[in-house]
Design a protein around this ligand. Structure first.
Ligand code: NDP
Length: 315
């Protein structure tokens, strides 16, 4: 069935309600354009891109697809003003903001006719995003990889709560990597899903091959939320994670944790493939992922499994 349409597919002008999460060191122009070409929405993960790198990726993405794509900007980014200006100057039409206050940038983007979506981990922040004028929210639960909420609300609880709280459409994220999970999220009140980890184990993802291999060999319980004293992130358990965990167990201060983290740990792990010393941000759903596939196949599998799950007789 190719004629699916709801508020999210209409908002972005896409075929399927499937959005590829903007992920640092994984989602450059190759991944984003491949997902968009497959009928989903591809996002460039600007968090790990210097301003000139982002310009390059936007231009390459545009020449690789005629379909809509967007940019994800974590609001913790150091050169935020520069990135936002680039997004406007390069004519990007869709922006997903995360990890910050949606009020700061949404108004400016809306004035320029840009669609804005903000990532939240609670109903309270979903309401703030709606008040700020966002067109939709991504409600991201505890299962998600990378940056995460402090309150540990699971996707199963968060989605119905956010769908009840706001009138704008809700995109479910956190723990979604299969069509059956996608259907579950839609039953809970979401109108689309945002999928991260499944798209890290993807041929077009820029993540290091070592990281992709580690991802497809994880088991249940191999990831854990870490570094709540700094910015909470879900990590794959490795040597670096263990060091942080031991420090946290003995009550290490914020300053001590910062020292252990150092600089560019995420790049070392996810982009350079150092599986021991690097920071490996990945979601719980990794334990269900067993293969590295092209983006087009991932989108097709999600959609076909979603369709066949709808037809499953439950009673
Ligand atoms: P660090 O401070 O440890 O290191 C900065 C890293 O970002 C370096 O690897 C650097 O590359 C790269 N970088 C890209 N653009 C810039 C810039 N303008 N100024 C400085 N460094 C830049 O940060 P992290 O690696 O922990 O996080 C990097 C970014 O990713 C942050 O903006 C953070 O908010 C975001 N992030 C987003 C996540 C998400 O889920 N979307 C998850 C985790 C982080 P180089 O080594 O080549 O100098």
């Amino acid at each position: 069935m190719n004629s699916f349409s709801n508020r999210i597919t209409n908002l972005f002008g896409i075929q399927y309600p499937i959005i590829q999460a903007g992920m640092i060191w994984a989602s450059g122009w190759r991944l984003a354009s491949a997902v968009s070409n497959a009928g989903g929405l591809g996002l460039l993960g600007a968090g790990s891109m210097y301003p000139d790198v982002l310009i390059d990726h936007i231009r390459k993405c545009r020449s690789a697809t005629s379909k809509p794509f967007g940019v994800n900007v974590p609001l913790l980014y150091p050169d935020l003003d520069k990135l936002m200006q680039i997004i406007v100057d390069e004519g990007v039409k869709i922006v997903f903001t995360s990890a910050g206050n949606p009020k700061t940038w949404t108004g400016m983007f809306k004035e320029k006719g840009i669609t804005v979506v903000h990532v939240v981990s609670s109903s309270r922040f979903a309401l703030k995003a709606e008040e700020a004028g966002c067109d939709a929210v991504v409600a991201e639960g505890f299962e998600a990889g990378g940056h995460n909420g402090r309150e540990e609300t699971t996707t199963m609880v968060l989605i119905p709560a956010v769908a009840e709280a706001v009138k704008i459409p809700v995109i479910a994220a956190g723990g979604i990597g299969t069509g059956r999970q996608m259907l579950a999220a839609m039953v809970l009140g979401a109108e689309a899903v945002q999928v991260g980890t499944r798209f890290v184990a993807c041929e077009e993802a820029s993540s290091h091959p070592n990281f992709k291999q580690a991802l497809i060999h994880t088991n249940e319980g191999d990831t854990q939320l870490s570094m709540k004293k700094l910015v909470p992130v879900r990590l794959l358990k490795n040597k670096f994670f263990k060091e942080v965990w031991e420090a946290e167990q003995r009550g290490a201060s914020e300053a001590e944790l910062k020292l252990i983290l150092g600089r560019a740990r995420a790049k070392k792990g996810m982009f350079e493939g150092d599986l021991e010393e690097g920071e490996l941000e990945i979601g719980q759903v990794s334990s269900l992922i067993k293969d590295i596939l092209p983006a087009e196949k991932i989108v097709r599998n999600l959609w076909e499994e979603f369709q066949s799950a709808i037809e499953t007789p439950f009673l």
